[in-house]
Design a protein around this ligand. Sequence first.
Ligand code: ADE
Length: 251
Amino acid sequence: MRIDVVSIFPEYLAALDLSLIGKARQDGLLDLNVHDLRDFTTDRHRTVDDTPYGGGAGMVMKAEPWAQALGSVAEAGTGDGVTPDAETRPVLIVPSPAGAVFTQAMAYELAEEKHLVFACGRYEGIDERVLEWADERFDVRPVSLGDYVLNGGEVAVLAMVEAIGRLVPGVVGNPESLVEESHSDGLLEYPVYTKPSSWRDRNVPDILLSGNHGKIAQWRREQQLQRTAARRPDLLEKFDVSQLTKADKAA
Ligand code: ADE
């Protein structure tokens, strides 16, 4: 998968050199490129922002540097320097508190794409005409990390690239670890324990030491349901009950 990130703070994305995502880059599973938006300006001061039409606080990111930067990465992604056609359009993710909320389902969907481009806005956002212009070249998706406001898109990109990148085949060594985790089946994950079995007078639940795999699976399912009901009842409302066994329902 190819990923391009455009930002005025490329250093922010240095964390993507670390851990599993860093290794996936080294192994050639993720071709991740970070670009400095200011490299696409033409004035001496490398200006990327200006005052908002209509007044108001803060600054707005200028359209032309964004068009230059995004045009360049779209063409680079085709490998032959031409504008991509409708079938090979990259997905342009624009992190914004005004976007659709990022979910695990979205991460799975985006992990299937060949080319993702992330446009990190700062200040009050990017001139709206950039998104209209980009609509002809990209599958444009404004995406929010959640209902709160960050200072810019970079932190959101770190989170999204990690959530998407780990679903790309080969990135996580043992793909089974992707199966039983929070949100993979619409429920929160069950609690986990490791040695020692007794620690500061607290014991690991007996069932986990029993070796009875059927009972352990059943216990974990109950824990998932209890936890989800206590912490995220909204998820339980959306949960597909046909996934439950008779024993789950009894619990
Ligand atoms: N930029 C600012 N706030 C954001 C949020 N909540 N999600 C994604 N990008 C953002």
